[in-house]
Design a protein around this ligand. Structure first.
Ligand code: NAD
Ligand code: ISE
Length: 353
């Protein structure tokens, strides 16, 4: 039996996900689409799919069993709440939402419903390289992770649409989430430094350097550059007590020709994470078919939103800004719930301030 899904938001990633849902993956049909740009929705709707005037109508349609949300971040809350209200599984592109208050509302609604319905599009968790890196850390032979160096470079971002807040509340959420997941830790505080501005982004605040203070005491430094011209370059290295482990450079092929030896760089996220997006949907299709969700949860989306909020405060204050999370609801229980986390975080933030 195939899962019948509706896609809301048919821009860049909406179209890429429609392609994978219709041409790459099995066990799924795209039966409905919606976009506030109705012409765009009509243009990219797969054969036989219904184009709905509103997201609400799509979510409530009897033909739609599960929903894929690819609209802009500020639209996510309303669409997620609607999915939860009708009990339909929903894959939501990151960021989950754009404010901590909105994240709490979505979390409260899902907890009240009593079953996970939301999966957040943190695709790095499904990437084979990140999974190998995590397996090495979890194995424990390298000892405790002490530092994680995360590099997040985009060749360019859409001028005018991508604002100075977005390195911190749109792009950084990936590094925040993958840090929590890899290190099995929570972010307790955030600092931001702004180096010399790149002229390529005009007035855009780019690049930025972010320091995530993890509850365990580990530190994560993140370079975010969003106009670096040469490609989409994602790097990561974890320094542990007895060694380091890092992501390979992608793509792995080395070119040797009359110009010398070089390694290609992906153009953008579509190319770098193509297999990770496929895998996150494979796993989502199975879970959604069972009426639930897997992988990154509303709790993870909430955590990343708090980091983004703290980063936005930190870039203004120049100080170390605390991240205060509510107690994790049982619905999202995981091995991250180590009893020492809260205490350690409080001690650390005291000594840091
Ligand atoms: P986009 O601007 O290309 O497309 C967004 C689309 O959503 C547009 O067509 C817009 O008209 C539509 N839209 C906006 N509000 C809507 C609403 N209320 N109802 C219906 N449609 C609405 O943007 P994009 O790059 O495709 O990004 C979309 C989302 O995906 C964002 O949240 C973004 O952060 C996320 N994203 C994730 C990744 C990733 O690597 N996981 C990569 C790119 C984008
Ligand atoms: C985009 O929305 C993504 O999620 C990409 O993965 C990220 O690299 C980019 O900076 C964001 O704008």
């Amino acid at each position: 039996m195939s899962l019948n899904v509706g896609v809301i938001g048919t821009g860049m990633i909406g179209q890429d996900h429609i392609r994978r849902l219709t041409k790459v993956l099995s066990g799924v049909n795209v039966v409905a689409v919606n976009d506030i740009d109705a012409a765009r929705a009509a243009l990219v709707a797969p054969d036989g799919a219904t184009v709905f005037d509103t997201a609400r109508e799509l979510i409530r349609a009897e033909t739609v069993e599960a929903v894929v949300v690819c609209s802009w971040g500020p639209a996510h809350e309303e669409q997620l709440l609607e999915c939860i209200a009708v009990g339909k599984p929903v894959f939501c592109e990151k960021p989950l939402v754009t404010t901590a208050a909105a994240a709490r509302r979505v979390m409260d609604a899902e907890v009240a419903f009593g079953r996970r319905l939301v999966q957040v599009g943190f695709m790095r968790r499904f990437d084979a390289d990140y999974r190998r890196l995590k397996a090495t850390l979890d194995d424990g032979a390298l000892g405790a992770p002490l530092m994680f160096h995360s590099t997040h470079r985009n060749a360019s971002v859409p001028e005018g649409l991508y604002t100075s807040e977005m390195p911190l509340n749109d792009t950084l959420v990936h590094d925040a989430d993958i840090s929590r997941w890899l290190l099995d830790d929570e972010v307790a505080g955030v600092e931001v430094r702004v180096p010399r501005r790149s002229s390529r982004g005009k007035e855009l605040r780019d690049p930025v350097v972010v320091l995530l203070h993890m509850a365990s005491g580990a530190l994560v430094d993140v370079e975010i550059s969003v106009n670096i011209a040469y490609g989409y370059d994602i790097r990561g290295e974890v320094s542990c007590e007895a060694g380091t482990v890092s992501l390979p450079l992608r793509p792995a092929s080395i070119i040797r020709d009359i110009h010398g030896v070089r390694q290609a760089v992906p153009i953008d996220w579509r190319e770098r994470f193509i297999e990770a997006y496929d895998q996150e949907f494979r796993e989502w299709i199975v879970a959604a078919g069972q009426g639930t969700a897997t992988g990154p949860s509303t709790w993870d989306g909430y955590a990343a939103t708090l980091v983004a909020d703290a980063a936005l405060r930190a870039v203004e204050s120049g100080a170390l800004e605390k991240v205060d999370m509510v107690t994790r609801p049982a619905l999202y229980a995981s091995k991250n719930d180590r009893p020492d986390h809260g205490q350690f975080s409080q001690q650390r933030m005291k000594s840091a301030s």
